[in-house]
Design a protein around this ligand. Sequence first.
Ligand code: ADP
Ligand code: MG
Length: 215
Amino acid sequence: MGFQITPEEYVDYIVLAGEEIEKNGEYVTELDAKTGDGDHWVNLNTGFQKLISMQKELKGMELASMLNRIGMTLMSAIGGSSGILYGSGYLAASKALKETKVLDIDTLYTFLQTELTAIMERGKAKPGWKTMIDSLYEAVEAYRAAREEGQDERQVIEALRRGAAEGRDHTREMEAVKGRASYQTNKGVGELDPGAVTMCIQLECLSDYIIKHKL
Ligand code: ADP
Ligand code: MG
């Protein structure tokens, strides 16, 4: 049998991701000060710290209700675009996984793919536009490709991790089409997108959690 992440374990991942986001405050804020309005880290960190404070309550929930609660919390706790975008991603995932009890190699893919589609729709943005979408998109594509090639679960999750980092790194040379970096004369070229950096942190934490505890 392959890996399975229970809702309770997903909350453990959220706590780890929140801790990692917390540690990257200075770095992300500096980046966002160059290309945005400097509040992305404060926004996201507020949301994750709120989730951490709710971990006991979240751990008592079924998967779909937990994802819904996470989405609603992020939407209300995070100011700025990222609150609405992450909120939409989690709410869509909650709907898509209504009948699902645990995240395995199939349902985790559904989760990430659904989150990606929801964020793209809500943000009216596409891959290549220098946003958080780029980390998630390349992660999902690498996940899909590794599965299609028949790679084992560890290789698939390693591909997910690598795809997220590549997507983040590719934002350096991209011109921003949406979001605040698009108002700059150089469209943010030469700098990583802060939202892609924090999306990548979450996807790396998730991959590391699975590799360390499940594979
Ligand atoms: P705001 O743009 O309101 O200042 P945040 O500071 O919370 O929002 O987040 C900024 C990040 O959100 C950007 O770095 C980018 O990754 C992402 N972002 C902004 N607008 C969009 C959009 N329309 N679609 C997808 N991602 C976006
Ligand atoms: Mg901002």
